[in-house]
Design a protein around this ligand. Structure first.
Ligand SMILES: Cc1ncc(COP(=O)(O)O)c(CN[C@@H]2CONC2=O)c1O
Length: 282
């Protein structure tokens, strides 16, 4: 299996990551997860543009243009004959003796990418999933897709230990997002999801969902809502690259709506699936 190291397609076994890589020592880097269906990258430009924005936000120099990066990713998918799965890619600030201060310009970024087979979560999307709610203890730049995922890991681990799929985070009573997904509610036929600001990651799937709702006369608002609104909603669903459109049927042990995926969520699932087929073929 091949992977990319600093733009070169390399055997996975050849890869050596230095122990003084700042990604390893400080989490000093940014990342993306891009979906591949039928060997075709889904919403690749949106992900690569966000990667560039995340890098800029932490003053990290991109190793190459997003155009070059996309070319390399397409080649990697080809080399690994990936049909349905994901590409994981990350860029760190590079290898340098441990020091909080940024290294000099002579130290370049370290950029890696690899592919992984991953089926769509069809059963979970059909049946719906259970979640818990947790306090959002993250910093105030959640819009940057950085490697600093400890709070996300702790939240997801707590969900799993409670037999749940995801943890829905809230800050001072306002619902923000999942540990690795965005979350939306449906009340009286209208979709509501947290505005794209510093308190959430502006998910690509979230953006696709909003566009699909708008284009198909489903009322959608980017507006904050509370944990009470969440529990009392008619429908709740997640969006994310590996989550797609995921109905939530129970939160903190309380049934959502009638305890089954709702009609608006089903409609959005159908629209999202059509969008995948439009971009990536059958
Ligand atoms: C904190 C957080 N919010 C929202 C999302 C959804 O954003 P996208 O729609 O752009 O995927 C992710 C995706 N996290 C990636 C996706 O899969 N695994 C991850 O870590 C995320 O980590």
């Amino acid at each position: 299996v091949k992977m990319i190291l600093n733009g070169n397609i390399t055997e996975r076994t050849e890869i050596k990551i230095d122990l003084e890589d700042r990604g390893y020592q400080f989490g000093d880097g940014v990342y993306e997860v891009i979906r591949v269906y039928n060997g075709v990258l889904f919403t690749a430009d949106e992900h690569l543009n966000r990667l560039e924005a995340s890098a800029r936000s932490i003053h990290l120099t991109m190793p190459c243009s997003t155009v070059e990066m996309k070319e390399q990713l397409l080649q990697l998918v080809e080399e690994n004959k990936l049909d349905t799965g994901i590409i994981y890619l990350q860029i760190t600030r590079g290898v340098s003796p441990r020091n909080h201060l940024f290294p000099g310009a002579e130290v370049g970024p370290v950029y890696i990418a690899y592919t992984r087979e991953l089926a769509s979560p069809t059963a979970a999307m059909e049946n719906g999933v259970k979640t818990i709610t947790v306090e959002d203890i993250r910093w105030l730049r959640c819009d940057i897709k950085s490697l600093n995922l400890l709070p996300n890991l702790l939240a997801k681990q707590k969900a799993s230990e409670n037999g749940c799929f995801e943890a829905l985070q809230h800050r001072n009573g306002t619902v923000t997002e999942g540990s690795s997904s965005n979350v939306s509610i449906v009340v009286n036929g209208e979709v509501k999801t947290h505005p794209a600001n510093n308190l959430i990651l502006n998910g690509i799937s979230r953006q696709v969902m909003i566009r699909l709702c708008t284009d198909n006369q489903i009322a959608v608002k980017e507006e904050i809502y509370t944990v009470e609104d969440l529990i009392g909603a008619d429908e709740v669903f997640l969006t994310g690259t590996t989550t797609e459109v995921m109905p939530i049927i129970e939160i903190d042990g309380k049934k959502i709506g009638n305890g089954a995926p709702g009609p608006i969520t089903r409609q959005i699932q159908t629209l999202f699936k059509a969008e995948i087929e439009k971009q990536c073929g059958q």
